[in-house]
Write a protein that binds this ligand. Structure first.
Ligand code: URA
Length: 232
């Protein structure tokens, strides 16, 4: 469990401002860091991945097989934020490769979005919570600077927040996902769209108008339209 010192390290108030040169080489930042990881610390995703794989800012580092960093296009216009790795992801080191991931691929394909070309996929926390429980607020706070660095490096036009954990983790908005989904939120100068988590759709397979899958389809069409509009 990170202490208060650790939690206060990850000041994101400078996001959107010119990036300072990294204060410290990533290699020199202890993996149970008591010093900040400022925006601009990592020059490459590989550097960040290496650091995550030896990270012990929270206890999830004790039980992981692999830290799960991300997959997709490092210059994608859309970045997707999930919750955290499950068993398949922990084993492979790749996000969304289990059943939820297969559904996510189908959802993206339904609006002609391609994982290798159009999206980069990452999670709120990089290490698997035991028994697939929700990541705790402390775990999310400990891991958030890594995600902020990923967002800075990929520099997406649109961020898709899958489920309430991602919405809360990024924007701080505590509303339930059924309330907030489908509405554009501006965060740090980026457009964010909260959508249902694919696992929720697996539990609610109806495609009737008004059902979660149908609502997801509406939201993804809005995302497609927005991407087309801002890419003109
Ligand atoms: N669910 C998530 O939120 N992320 C993954 O990587 C896999 C399943």
């Amino acid at each position: 469990m990170p202490n208060q010192d650790q939690l206060s390290l990850f000041d994101d108030s400078t996001l959107g401002q010119p990036e300072p040169a990294a204060a410290t080489a990533p290699d020199l930042i202890p993996t149970d860091a008591k010093i900040p990881i400022p925006p601009g610390t990592y020059q490459t995703m590989n550097q960040l991945a290496e650091h995550c794989n030896s990270c012990h800012r929270c206890d999830l580092g004790n039980s992981r097989t692999h830290a799960v960093i991300g997959r997709g296009n490092l210059q994608a216009p859309i970045l997707i934020v999930g919750e955290g790795p499950g068993q398949n992801e922990d084993e492979t080191g790749l996000p969304f490769v289990g059943k939820s991931g297969q559904l996510l691929e189908k959802i993206l394909a339904s609006v002609n979005l391609n994982t290798e070309r159009d999206v980069y996929i990452a999670n709120m926390v990089k290490c698997r919570p035991p028994s697939n429980r929700l990541p705790t607020p402390n775990e999310i706070a400990a891991c958030k600077p890594y995600l902020l660095e990923q967002i800075r490096m990929v520099d997406p036009k649109i961020i898709l927040l899958t489920g309430a954990t991602a919405v809360r983790g990024i924007t701080g908005d505590k509303r339930g996902i059924t309330k907030i989904r489908g509405t554009w939120i501006e965060w740090e100068g980026r457009l964010c769209m909260p959508i249902f988590h694919p696992a929720y759709l697996l539990r609610n397979p109806s495609r009737e108008p008004g059902a979660p899958k149908w609502l997801m389809w509406q939201d993804m069409q809005a995302v497609r339209d927005k991407l087309d509009e801002i890419s003109k």
